[in-house]
Structure formats: C-alpha cells, structure tokens
Design a protein around this ligand. Structure first.
Ligand SMILES: *[C@@H]1O[C@H](CO)[C@@H](O)[C@H](O)[C@H]1NC(C)=O
Ligand SMILES: *[C@@H]1O[C@H](CO)[C@@H](O)[C@H](O)[C@H]1NC(C)=O
Ligand SMILES: *[C@@H]1O[C@H](CO)[C@@H](O)[C@H](O)[C@H]1NC(C)=O
Ligand SMILES: *[C@@H]1O[C@H](CO)[C@@H](O)[C@H](O)[C@H]1NC(C)=O
Length: 354
C-alpha cells in the first residue's frame, strides 16, 4: 500500500497511504487573530466504503491530539471540551462535507487540524490542514546617540515586535560595522525580533545615513527605515584669515576661528599664549578684529572652543612686519630691485609711488 525508497543506503520510508487521498483538505490555511477561518474537508468517491463518523483532531505540537469536533449521522454534532468549544461549528453538518469554521481565532490556534473518518471496512482515513496564524509585526527603528571612539558601540537599533512568522532584519550601512539580531518568542506565539548595529563611531560618521530593512511574510514589501547616525565629539578648531601681511598700521586684519563639534560649541574664547589679548584687538563671537596692527599683535593667538564633551584649541603666530611707514617699504623694495637682491620682506599691497 505504499512507495518505499532506498536512497544512499538509508532506508527512507515514504509510505503514502493511497486511501488517505480520498479525504480532501487544503494543505495550509492562513489567518490573522480575531478572524474566522474555514477548514474544509470532503470524502471523495466513497464508493462502497461506509462512512461511520468524522472527527476533527487538533495538534498544537506533534503528537498532542485533541478532539475538537465530531459528527455522527445518527448522534449528530459533538464538541468535546477544548479551547475551541463555543468557537467551532460545522458549516454544513454532513459526513460528505464535514467542514468546520473556527471563529475569533487566536495565535494559539496555530497547528495541525486533521479531518479523520472512521470507515468500514477500511478503518480510519484522514487529511490534515496546517493553520498558520499570522501577525503583522510592529516595526520601529532609532539611531542611538554615541560619542566618537575606537570601541564598537551600538549606534542604531531596529525592531519588529510580535510578528508571526518571525521578521528578518538586515542593515544597509557603509563599511566597518556589524549587526546581530535576537528573536524572542512571546507568550501569544508571536516573535519579537531585535537587531543592533555596532561600529566604532568617528566624528565624520555624524549625520551619515544608516538603514535597516524589515522583511516579514505579512508585509507586501520590505519596510526600510533610514536614520542619521548621531555621533558626538569634542570641538576641532582651525584659525583662518591670516595673510602673512600684518604690517604696522594696517587696520583691517581679521582672524576667524572655525569650529566643528557635536553638540554645538557653547563658547569660543580668544587669548594669546602669554595670556590676555592685546588692547588693539576686538572679539566679535568667533572673529578677532585687529583694529590697528602694532607690536602688541606680534604674538601667538589661541582660539579655544568648548562643548559639553570637552574643548579643542588651535593657535596662530602672527608676525608683524616691522615697518612703520609704507613709504619706507616702497623705498626698500625699489632698492632691492635695483640691486637684484632678494631680501626677506613681505609684499606690501599698500605701496604708494614716491
Ligand atoms: C482581537 O480582539 C481583542 C478583543 O476583542 C483585542 O483586544 C485585540 O486587539 C484584537 N486583536 C487584533 C490583532 O485585532
Ligand atoms: C548582540 O550581541 C551582543 C554581544 O554578544 C549582545 O550583548 C546583544 O544583546 C546582542 N544584541 C542583539 C539585539 O541580538
Ligand atoms: C565663555 O567662557 C568665558 C570664560 O570661560 C566666560 O567668561 C563667558 O561668559 C563665556 N561666554 C558664553 C557666551 O558662555
Ligand atoms: C615679532 O616677533 C618676532 C619674534 O618673536 C621678532 O623677531 C620680531 O622682531 C617681532 N616684530 C616686531 C615688529 O616687533
């Protein structure tokens, strides 16, 4: 009564009982919680076989058989005490079409449902439908604010709560990172999947996009969450604007302190290595304006920036060209040209002909 295969020396018994094909059921049915689901069953071509009674057996896990509905042509319908009582009914009580409807299905209803006939003379014949309970996961994702550093830390999280079947989470991010995921079975039979992306965050990663992709059977398409990495770092500082042409008497010299920091710089301060600022300069936020170049600005300026993580500084040495009179400069240049000698004197744009 069966086909048995000999395969690679292992005896695999694939004994398909030909008789069972007469009990027709769907192999698989899917449902969401609170829906009603119909489990169809039919005994095809009974011929001379006499159908005595039909039962529906539920198996949440293999081997745990529970009788949930019985139909007998004389004694009628019976619903033994089970988690289904009150929710299960025959749609059209008969031996030929003993389909049942289960109302208000729960995640715990997932499992195998066997439509089992007692027949004469061939004994029991059956067909099994697997009820797959589905649940849309609640998906979310968030970047984690971290401080720049060389250790790998969690920079983003992504989760799919209470899905069935379990969701799959993958990440799209530039190199250098890695991720792991954990699945946790919930008491209602759904699965919560959480994933973390780890990397050693550099200040340059701040604001960079990172995406996680959640794939799950109940979704038409994968859901993508794109986040911006949030990396905090102490300020880096750079002084700009020095043109190496601070001659005595110049009035429009300007230094600018550029900072880069996350969170934003709270405070930019200008000092000199020797302490206080010369009296001829004025500070306007990150700018240092030299009102009049003289010996007092022949010094090293320091710009320091602070944020909540720390501070950064940069310094610049200005060398004042020791000339008091632009006319002298022109004179000196003219002399040099004439002598074809190169003397280390900076160019002076404010040179008037004399
Ligand atoms: C199912 O119904 C119950 C109570 O009627 C409700 O609390 C629950 O949220 C429903 N579940 C779904 C997935 O709609
Ligand atoms: C990832 O792995 C780390 C270390 O093994 C573990 O502490 C963490 O819980 C894991 N996270 C997830 C979401 O799987
Ligand atoms: C910046 O810092 C200096 C000294 O640390 C302080 O005197 C000044 O009030 C601060 N300015 C701001 C805007 O916080
Ligand atoms: C500026 O300082 C340098 C060295 O500190 C010195 O050699 C130069 O003479 C100074 N210039 C003026 C105009 O004081």
């Amino acid at each position: 009564m069966g086909n048995c295969w000999l395969y690679f020396g292992v005896i695999l018994l694939s004994c398909q009982v030909v008789r069972s094909q007469r009990v027709r059921v769907l192999p698989e049915v899917e449902a969401y919680p609170n829906e009603s689901v119909d489990l169809r069953c039919q005994f095809a071509n009974p011929g001379s076989t006499k159908l005595t009674q039909v039962s529906w057996i539920f198996e949440a896990t293999e081997g745990q058989r529970e009788n949930i509905a019985v139909f007998h042509p004389v004694y009628g319908e019976s619903f033994p005490t089970s988690a289904f009582r009150g929710r299960v009914q025959f749609t059209q009580p008969s031996l030929e079409y003993p389909s049942i409807r289960i109302n208000n299905v729960k995640m715990s209803d997932a499992g195998r449902y066997t439509c089992e006939y007692a027949t004469y003379p061939s004994g029991n014949e059956q067909g099994t439908t697997t009820l797959i309970m589905l649940a849309k996961p609640k998906n979310s994702a968030a970047a984690v604010t971290v401080q720049a550093g060389s250790a790998k830390v969690v920079v983003a999280r992504c989760e799919a709560l209470q899905g069935k079947p379990a969701a799959t989470i993958t990440w799209l991010a530039g190199g250098g990172g890695e991720y792991n995921s954990t699945s946790q079975m919930e008491s209602d039979g759904t699965v919560t999947v959480k994933s973390e992306y780890r990397m050693a965050p550099a200040s340059a990663d701040n604001g960079r996009d990172i995406s996680c992709v959640i794939t799950q059977r109940t979704q038409d398409r994968p859901q993508t969450f794109t986040m911006k990495l949030a990396v905090q770092y102490a300020p880096t500082v750079r002084i700009e604007g020095y043109d190496e042409n601070w001659y005595v008497g110049r009035t429009d010299a300007l230094l600018t302190c550029h900072t880069d920091a996350n969170p934003k710089v709270l405070n930019v301060t200008w000092t000199t290595v020797s302490g206080n600022l010369p009296p001829t300069v004025r500070v306007d936020q990150n700018r240092l304006l030299v009102q009049k170049v003289d010996e007092s600005v022949n010094t090293t300026f320091v710009c320091e920036a602070k944020n909540s993580l720390g501070s950064g500084k940069s310094q610049l040495t200005a060398s004042v060209i020791g000339v008091r009179d632009t006319r002298c400069v022109c004179l000196v240049e003219r002399l040099i040209k004439e002598q074809m000698t190169y003397l280390k004197i900076k160019k002076t744009p404010h040179c008037f002909n004399i």
